[in-house]
Design a protein around this ligand. Structure first.
Ligand SMILES: CCCCCCCCCCCCCCCCCCCC(=O)SCCNC(=O)CCNC(=O)[C@H](O)C(C)(C)COP(=O)(O)OP(=O)(O)OC[C@H]1O[C@@H](n2cnc3c(N)ncnc32)[C@H](O)[C@@H]1OP(=O)(O)O
Ligand SMILES: Cc1cc2nc3c(=O)[nH]c(=O)nc-3n(C[C@H](O)[C@H](O)[C@H](O)COP(=O)(O)OP(=O)(O)OC[C@H]3O[C@@H](n4cnc5c(N)ncnc54)[C@H](O)[C@@H]3O)c2cc1C
Length: 669
């Protein structure tokens, strides 16, 4: 049955591409040297026998999935130290290849616990905790969310009451809804956590603060007295992670366990006012800033799978008796997949901007300059929400575009989807994040009205609203960007005017805000969309690559912008900014771009440079031998280990016998 070699259709696709995919790979990973290093690290992991021999997650139950993920991630953690890998992005490449599609049970330790100690602890606390963290004596997580509150963190109910006599904080869960619920790896893996709790000292509540809590004995791993904790049970995805619950019964911790870099409680219980508000929200901002790239990568994997498969899959004779067409040749299939592909590139570019902006801004914060914190908060919240919404929707489109096989774990896409979609909820529920963006935009609008200068990325608001688009038959990037700016400005103005009008007629600002949250999210979404489009064009224009590669990349960028106009057409034409003729130009441009991208589709996904060992998809294989792979996958199903299952004798046979007896003529009498 084995066919071997590269599938002929896929081979042809690669031959007909108008550009060299390696050029785009080099751009995506910031240069050929970095690509070589990425491949080297990925190969090290792929060839490691510990990872190679591990069973595929899809055939394991939850406990086995957890144990396998833990084993692999701990081995990866050790190897990363042995190999001296220190760059976060290089650690990511190694881990992704070591345990593809398996979420790390020590992930929160690395992505939130250690960074929070680094950024929020005093030098003394760092000296004490960080060496223990690096040797995994301390394994920690971030325990903020409670049963009753995830979004409204000022409403958290866990308390940390200072006792000046013992110089200790008493951590308590005063009621059911105050129980910590959801923190990743809290249930079984970790022995420490950062607890967010209401700080009460000298009888006064000073709001939520961060405390270091040891939850389990560092030798026996048993929970410590006064702490009840466990796993919250199976979820939609993240099967391999022990999201946990925790109840605290007056647990005492030393005063030194409060994170005291910015916030302080003196020995006598005096609270020292911090240098700025919301500094203890910075750990969330770090993850939000990283999520746009991460979700763009999830979507890029789904696109590789769906596009390679669509090049191999043939279905339906185009003319009677003729050859069946590659499904990728159907315009409708292209309309599903190419906007998804364009979205993944758009988000990778937005994620690149976002993470660089995070590094720049936090360097300023470290030096005591908190001036850019509001911009960092607004952009990280907005791009996190916009990218996770767009990418998860597109992943589902990719899955459905693979027909029936897309529904099988053999495709790899269902797992990508279930692990990507909680990105819309964790680190700030998306609608709530959009309303934070709206809050920032309303402030900027008021500042504009007062004649104040605006930060560069909202400068476009200062332009008076043009009434007509410059769009011509040749749909120009400049006119597309202006259309997005126009839509965002108009929707921001509309929301602000509606709020101001309500306030003028006697409503309180809060009431006016609450009656306009839908238009406010329209404005915030339009702002984020505009930002992503503009950033994409700028990055393509600045990219150093040959002309053919740039042309292929630019076609995707234009498609992202054009498709966005068509999807949200109402908002672009509501005030007559685009007329009927201009909309027709844009619609035609969409069809032209689908045709232009078609010959490059496979090369554009090859450029993401994911080895098969990471993709783990029968449909997305580089060699396109999908049918053999699907057959092998089916054969390896544990249900096939026995020819006849015990359940046949336990259940089918007895019922057959009962029915047979019931249907005997004598039995009916
Ligand atoms: C490329 C290599 C990268 C490698 C790096 C790292 C690797 C990362 C790997 C990623 C792995 C991913 C694995 C995922 C695992 C899942 C993890 C999930 C973890 C969690 O979910 S933790 C819990 C998260 N919880 C939340 O996000 C809660 C959401 N709620 C809030 O944030 C706040 O409650 C909310 C909604 C912002 C409101 O706060 P509140 O204090 O009530 O504020 P107001 O609305 O009243 O506004 C007042 C004022 O504050 C400003 N503000 C609010 N937040 C911030 C902030 N974060 N920073 C700065 N300023 C803030 C707000 O704008 C207002 O300002 P004004 O000037 O208008 O008054
Ligand atoms: C996989 C996963 C991992 C997680 N890991 C962690 C972790 O490690 N640590 C941790 O502390 N937490 C963690 N969480 C919890 C997560 O951060 C919260 O679930 C998230 O912040 C959303 O809060 P919520 O569940 O309270 O949603 P809710 O706020 O209850 O949302 C429910 C609905 O109410 C709406 N809503 C709520 N408030 C408003 C408002 N002000 N205006 C308009 N609409 C509103 C929302 O839009 C949503 O539609 C995790 C969650 C998941 C799913």
């Amino acid at each position: 049955m084995a066919t071997g070699g590269v599938n002929a259709d896929l081979a042809k696709e690669r031959e007909r591409a108008t550009f060299d995919s390696e050029q785009l790979t080099n751009f995506l990973y910031r240069g050929p040297e970095k690509v070589r290093r990425k491949r080297y690290l990925q190969n090290l992991a792929i060839q490691d026998p510990v990872f190679k021999k591990a069973p595929l997650w899809a055939f394991l139950n939850r406990e086995q999935q957890y144990a396998t993920a833990l084993k692999k991630h701990l081995h990866a953690y050790r190897r990363i130290q042995e190999l001296g890998i220190t760059e976060p992005v290089e650690k990511f490449y190694y881990r992704e290849a070591a345990a593809p599609h398996e979420n790390s049970p020590i992930g929160l330790h690395e992505s939130m616990f250690i960074p929070t100690i680094e950024k929020q602890a005093t030098e003394e606390q760092k000296r004490k905790w960080l060496p223990l963290c690096h040797s995994l004596k301390m394994i920690g997580t971030y325990a903020q969310t409670e049963l009753g509150h995830g979004t409204f963190i000022r409403g958290l109910e866990t308390t940390a009451t200072y006792d000046p006599v013992a110089k200790e904080f008493i951590l308590s869960t005063p009621k059911l809804t105050a129980m910590k619920y959801w923190p990743g790896n809290l249930g079984k893996t970790t022995n420490h956590c950062l607890v967010m709790a209401q700080l009460i000292t000298k009888g006064k509540n000073h709001g939520i603060h961060m405390f270091m809590l040891q939850t389990r004995d560092m030798e026996t791993h048993q929970p410590l007295p006064g702490i009840e904790l466990g796993d919250i049970g199976p979820k939609f995805g993240f099967f391999d992670n022990d999201n946990g619950y925790m109840i605290l019964k007056d647990v005492r911790i030393p005063r030194e366990n409060m994170f005291m870099r910015y916030y302080k409680v003196l020995e006598d219980g005096t609270y020292v006012t911090p240098p700025g508000d919301r500094l203890n929200y910075l750990s969330m901002v770090l993850l939000r800033s990283a999520i746009t790239s991460m979700i763009g990568q999830h979507l890029s994997q789904a696109c590789i799978i769906a596009i390679r498969y669509s090049a191999v899959r043939r279905q339906t004779e185009i003319s009677p008796g003729g050859e069946e067409a590659q499904v990728l040749d159907y315009q409708t299939q292209q309309y599903k997949l190419f906007p998804a592909l364009a979205t993944s590139y758009a988000m990778l570019m937005a994620g690149r901007f976002m993470y660089d902006f995070y590094l720049k801004t936090t360097a300023q914060i470290e030096k005591g300059d908190l001036g850019t914190m509001p911009q960092l908060h607004a952009l990280s919240a907005g791009l996190k929400a916009f990218s996770t919404w767009e990418c998860t929707a597109a992943i589902e489109v990719c899955r459905m575009s693979c027909g029936g096989h897309g529904y099988s774990h053999a495709s790899g896409i269902p797992k990508i989807y279930v692990d990507a979609t909680p990105g819309c909820t964790y680190e700030g529920e998306n609608t709530v994040m959009m309303l934070q963006v709206a809050r920032f935009l309303m402030k900027m609008y008021t500042n504009l009205q007062k004649g104040q200068e605006l930060p560069s990325f909202v400068q476009y608001m200062t332009k008076s609203l043009d009434t007509k688009s410059c769009m011509k038959e040749e749909v120009a990037p400049k006119c597309l960007v202006m259309a997005y700016e126009h839509r965002a400005s108009r929707l921001i103005k509309a929301a602000a005017d509606a709020i101001q009008a309500m306030v003028m007629s006697g409503s309180s600002p809060q009431e006016a805000w609450n009656k306009n949250t839908v238009p406010l999210t329209w404005a915030a979404l339009a702002f984020c969309h505009m930002f992503v489009v503009k950033n994409f064009f700028e990055m393509v224009e600045d990219a150093k690559m040959d002309g053919q590669t740039k042309a292929a990349f630019m076609a995707l960028c234009k498609l992202y912008a054009v498709n966005g106009v068509i999807t949200h057409l109402g908002e672009f034409i509501q005030d007559g900014y685009l007329n009927n003729q201009q909309v027709q130009y844009i619609q035609k441009s969409l069809l032209d771009l689908l045709a232009e991208i078609r010959p490059n589709a496979v090369a554009l996904v090859d450029a993401f440079d994911y080895p098969d060992a990471i993709l783990q998809s029968c449909l997305g294989r580089y060699d396109g031998q999908v049918y053999q792979a699907l057959y092998d996958f089916a054969k390896s199903s544990p249900l096939n280990e026995k020819e006849v299952l015990d359940s046949f004798f336990d259940y089918v046979k007895p019922v057959q016998q009962e029915l047979e007896a019931m249907n005997q003529p004598m039995a009916r009498l």
